[in-house]
Design a protein around this ligand. Sequence first.
Ligand SMILES: Nc1ncnc2c1ncn2[C@@H]1O[C@H](COP(=O)(O)OP(=O)(O)OP(=O)(O)O)[C@@H](O)[C@H]1O
Length: 277
Amino acid sequence: MYTVKQLIGVGQYGKVYVLNTPQEPNELVVLKVQRELRDPTSFETEVQVLSSIPQSCQFSTAILQGTIGDVYNFIIMTHVGICLRKMLRRKDSFCFSLQNTLRIGFQLFDLVHLFHSFGWLHRDLHWGNVTINTDAYGRLKMGMIDYGLCVPLNGPDVSEFLSQWHTSLYSTHGCPYTETDDFVSVVFLLMRCLNLEPFGHRVSEIEERKAQFHASPDGLIDDQYHWIWNLYHLVESQRSTEFNNNAVKNYIRTIDRSFDPISKITYTKHNGLVIID
Ligand SMILES: Nc1ncnc2c1ncn2[C@@H]1O[C@H](COP(=O)(O)OP(=O)(O)OP(=O)(O)O)[C@@H](O)[C@H]1O
């Protein structure tokens, strides 16, 4: 029998708990319980995606699903680490080093590219839905969770007004969602890693500033971070072509030539907790 260890998240969907597994005391799994009277669509989508992707330390996969008392839908899935937001909160500076940010970016472009190759667009890549996990060799690996908003990559166009900090200007305007929009969210996640807040917090302000950023980084981010704007436009310029992941990774390599962004994300451990440099 699974035992509840801790409540780790309360979101739009419902509550999320970490459970201990019966045979393996060190192995954790995640229980996600849907709120009462919620539209079951996101539950059904999440189960479909969780069941269709291969098991790895980077993507959560389904273990069990069901309904409690005909009311609460639940899913038990693999645990794929600690979300980016919680990892940043472990730092007083609330940011990572430039080199680790570039390493994270390098991994995230590969991760999202791989996810698309499974036939899905994620559509909700914010800092609570990207995780950092430790692989079998003790290396930090980026992971991805929360598949409730996914749509098939080659399905009919889906146009919704997705206006949040992490969504692209195009999806904010309700344009059909494409692979590019997931990659733009990756660029915005790198801003989070450096504690940059060019879009502010209020919804109206976010839209306006995102449009301003699209035109120019001036006044929104410091000169030393203008590479983020270049990266953003390199991603945006591929909206009408097939996404060229190598071009993006080659650009990331030029930002700091003193190291290779494919190298390991560096960290220390404090009271057993991973703290990224
Ligand atoms: N498989 C998992 N592995 C590790 N942590 C997880 C996993 N699933 C969920 N979590 C944790 O629980 C939090 C909430 O989970 P999730 O984003 O799936 O819920 P949600 O209700 O859909 O949230 P949202 O409000 O973003 O829609 C995450 O930010 C993460 O910290």
